[in-house]
Design a protein around this ligand. Structure first.
Ligand code: UD1
Length: 360
């Protein structure tokens, strides 16, 4: 089968790395797969894109569409125009999209309009919060996909509730965790580890990038000050470009918050693995902390990944009171232990292709 694999943002790279790895393994044992890796360019800074991709073994993309920045509509439109051109020039049997970002949705729609089959990896997640662009991306992508690979059984059930035939849905587990397990032995401390003389379980990690948390400068600063005043540990804050753009360069961060540039995959996950806890608004990070059994506070009122709360180490803080209470529990080291989550075991990409072969 001739596949087109779509990537656009940092979390896409982590998921697609597992898929590319498995494809390369199948090709090496003589199976007939051909693939083209297409990068929409949604993320484009070296630390967020090229360097990050290389570190986790992704090859240079066969095509880079250069569609970064702009409003939601501008970005969607730019990706659709460029991806249509790509597919017309390089015909494909199936387009594989991952996750829930603008690139995922824009490329799925473009492919279907050209009558090309679409496989969506990480289908069926729902926060039921349609104010988030990701929720719209998930619903739109799932509704037109031909193959829907899910990371949880709940996601499969959700898709069936939405009327998607069971034969299109296949539970494979979490491909993001394939990559985590593969590279865990290679995690290494970032520079800030030495600079601040960090000690295992002696600091917190903070990441923020959701529009709701970072687009209003005043509330972003208040949030940072709240975290600083309630905690006792140093807080390492690798800053996302969106957050950086919204933070006045004259703003003096609270003393315990140490801002660093976006980190590489292996050094970021080293930092997370050894942290006392993580405060984040990323869904993917709450999955990784659950697997590494690191306490995690998600700064959102809802999640499309409830398993991380039910089975993993994640708790939601949707308001100030919840955040303060959770920070105290985290600082005391009195967090829930978390349990294994079915299918988050490092074998999801293999399972995905076992199924894809039968489909093809
Ligand atoms: C996107 C995804 C989000 C995902 C996140 C992971 C959508 C709607 N959002 O959010 O679901 O969790 O990626 O990081 O798809 N920018 C740079 N350099 C970069 C990348 C972005 O300067 O390498 C700037 C952009 O120009 C833009 C802002 O950061 O001004 C936001 O980037 P964008 O890709 O639109 O959304 P994210 O907030 O990164």
């Amino acid at each position: 089968m001739n596949l087109t694999l779509v990537i656009g943002t940092r979390p896409n790279f982590v998921k697609m790395a597992a898929i590319v790895d498995e494809l390369n393994r199948l090709i090496a044992v003589g199976e007939q797969w051909v693939y083209r890796l297409v990068h929409t360019g949604q993320h484009y800074d070296a630390a967020m894109s090229g360097d990050f991709m290389r570190e986790i073994g992704l090859p240079d993309p066969d095509a880079f569409l250069g569609c970064g920045g702009g409003t939601q509509a501008e970005q969607t439109a730019a990706i659709m125009v460029a991806f249509e051109r790509e597919l017309l020039e390089y015909p494909s049997d199936m387009v594989v999209v991952v996750g829930d970002v603008t690139s995922t949705m824009a490329c799925a729609i473009t492919a279907k309009k050209l009558h090309i089959k679409v496989a969506h990896v990480e289908a069926g997640l729902r926060s039921f919060d349609r104010s988030m662009p990701e929720e719209l991306n998930r619903i739109l992508t799932d509704s037109i996909s031909d193959l829907l690979f899910t990371s949880t059984r709940r996601a499969s059930q959700q898709l069936m509730k939405e009327g998607i035939p069971a034969r299109k849905i296949h539970f494979v587990g979490n491909v993001m965790i394939d990559t985590l397990k593969k590279f865990e032995p290679e995690f290494h401390p970032p520079q800030v580890w030495k600079e601040l003389n960090l000690q295992p379980k002696g600091y917190l990690v903070l990441t923020l990038h959701r529009p709701r948390n970072v687009d209003q400068e005043q509330s972003l600063m208040e949030q940072l000050e709240r975290i600083a005043s309630e905690g006792t540990s140093p807080v390492i804050f690798p800053i996302h470009p969106r957050t950086k753009k919204n933070l006045d360069s004259n703003y003096l961060l609270p003393e315990c918050i140490h801002l660093v540039e976006p980190l590489s995959y292996k050094s970021f996950n080293y930092l997370v693995k050894h942290a006392k806890g993580v405060i984040t608004d990323s869904g993917g990070i709450s999955e990784e902390t659950s697997v590494m059994k690191v306490p995690c506070i998600t700064l959102r009122p809802n999640t499309e990944r409830p398993e991380t709360v039910e089975w993993g180490t994640n708790e939601l803080a949707g308001n100030e009171a919840q955040l303060v209470a959770l920070l105290h529990t985290m600082e005391k080291g009195a967090w829930k232990a978390g349990q294994e989550i079915e299918g988050w075991d490092g074998r999801s990409a293999q399972e995905l292709f076992n199924y894809m072969k039968r489909f093809g």
